[in-house]
Design a protein around this ligand. Structure first.
Ligand code: SF4
Length: 320
């Protein structure tokens, strides 16, 4: 349903009369697909380009190169009325529900807005639909006449989800949507998202830095490093047999109660910081932090190779 091909997103940064603008390559050569009803997670450290990718998919930023097809239609080529026509199919939930909900508006009006703007309902029918949406996300009639500041973080995220599903999107992009919540509220929201997906068949593009959360919700996972996907595959394979040294290092940092998965914990811990995308390393961008790096890693960018047990990895060495 969603097909992202060779996607590249650049920003010009720096200002002033005497300083030259520099090119920040936030996303490079990203390729992946998401099937209807599937949850595809994009995971990586802060600065890996995953939130920029999310914004490009919903057309909040324009890519420099590549394409984003939804049901065969190239979103990057759309503008004006044609883009507005497909917008209902693509909705996004942000990390901070307080910042994404207008504090001056009642919950009723926040949830009603997309329905009213797209002419889906009005009057009593609109009121009924708003109540139906609030009930779907675990809220009720007495929440309608309140303001966002009267709600907890979890409740605000429920409101943001009600608004995002109002137009029955085919794809919901969730950008660190549970990261600001405590663990118990995270679990409640993840369960809610699973229930809604079962009921409406939406696909999720789930952006997160938290592997524990990703393991819970994703069907497939892409691991990103400095703007590139370095490994992708089915969630079970990624967690049980990670192929890329970066994936292995990320997993080694996650507490593992299951003794069968202790192997991952023998990996050397991830050292150093993610390099600046303004001055990316040559070759494999991970070479400065990789315990398996060889001379070729500094010179050539590795290309993706298919793995027999599912998915693909971009690494010259692929240590056992
Ligand atoms: Fe490490 Fe080389 Fe593989 Fe990059 S290509 S992850 S530096 S072994």
């Amino acid at each position: 349903m969603l097909e992202v091909r060779n996607l590249a997103i650049n920003f010009k940064v720096g200002s002033g009369l005497l300083t030259r603008k520099r090119l920040l390559k936030a996303v490079q050569q990203m390729d992946f697909t998401v099937a209807a009803g599937e949850t595809f997670a994009v995971v990586g450290e802060s600065g890996s380009g995953k939130s920029t990718l999310a914004r490009a998919v919903v057309r909040l930023v324009q890519p420099a190169n590549g394409s984003v097809h939804l049901d065969g239609e190239d979103l990057t080529a759309l503008s004006g009325a044609r883009l507005r026509r497909v917008r209902p199919n693509l909705q996004m939930v942000f990390q901070d529900p307080y910042a994404s909900l207008d504090p001056s508006k009642l919950i009723r009006d926040i949830v009603a807005e997309p329905l009213a703007v797209h002419g889906r309902a009005q009057g009593a029918e609109l009121e009924t639909e708003v109540l139906r949406l609030l009930r779907l996300v675990g809220l009720d009639a007495h929440h309608m006449a309140r303001y966002p500041h009267e709600f907890s973080g979890g409740q605000r995220q429920r409101v943001a989800i009600a608004r995002a599903i109002a137009l029955r999107p085919k794809l919901l992009v969730l950008d660190e949507a549970v990261s600001a919540l405590d663990v118990s509220t995270q679990n409640q929201i993840l369960n809610l998202l699973e229930d809604l997906q079962r009921e409406f068949g939406m696909a999720y593009l789930f952006i997160s830095h938290d592997l524990g959360v990703v393991r819970h919700i994703a069907d497939r996972v892409a691991v990103t490093y400095l703007g590139r996907i370095v490994e992708q595959g089915p969630t079970k394979r990624i967690f049980e047999a990670p192929a890329h040294p970066y994936t292995r290092a990320l997993l080694a940092a996650v507490p593992v109660p299951d003794p069968k998965r202790q192997r991952a914990n023998r990996e050397p811990p991830l050292s150093g910081e993610i390099p600046s995308p303004l001055d990316p390393p040559s070759g494999c961008a991970f070479h400065g932090r990789c315990p398996f790096a060889q001379p070729v890693c500094r010179e050539q960018i590795p290309v993706h190779e298919q793995l027999a047990n599912g998915g693909s990895v971009a690494c010259h060495v692929r240590p056992k």
